[in-house]
Design a protein around this ligand. Sequence first.
Ligand code: 5GP
Length: 205
Amino acid sequence: MNDNDNGLLLIFSGPSGAGKGTVLKELLHGNDNMKLSVSATTRPPREGECHGIHYFFMTKEEFEEQIANGEMLEHAEYCGRYYGTPSAQIMDWIEEGRDVVLEIEVQGARQIKEKRPDCVSIFVLPPSLEELENRLRYRNTEDEETIQKRLAVARQEMETARDYDYVIVNDTVEHTVEQINKIIAAEKLKVSRAKSNIERVLNND
Ligand code: 5GP
């Protein structure tokens, strides 16, 4: 397989409550070529979250051991908990031509950008700060202290949206997914990725 047939490494960031989870679920729905990386975390599972599906839930010691063994592509501390991307599989998927989605916060996104400058980074913004607060409260999964912590972190995170390749205001899920699909389509047509098409046509293959 030619390098140009590699899949895309897509980074999605956005503050907690921006609606990334719902958007990604819709994006992945029916798209067999796209894979969502399952992160590791030391935060406790929320109701309904399953080990190996939503996250690999682990202790601080287990997480630190994985870092020491070089098994994390990136990792960061967020609201007092560790989060990280296990490297296993990701590069295999990309070489198989699959698009791989990382839903990670901004410190992790920076680490990936350094290691893989060809990645595509998208920042998802909520329509407003009020809407973000409503969504965090409506979710009803965190206590007041955690909600306040997440709101403070959210403000700082949104400042970094300028460093991303693309920014989308998540007004409706349908519209956001449509925008993401357009980004993916355009990225795949970039000359840096689609050189093989030029050769194929010129060589009449
Ligand atoms: P939550 O606790 O709401 O599931 O996630 C909190 C934050 O951690 C979100 O911004 C989410 O994108 C981020 N996150 C989830 N997995 C990872 C990961 O593997 N690495 C990094 N750096 N951030 C992650």
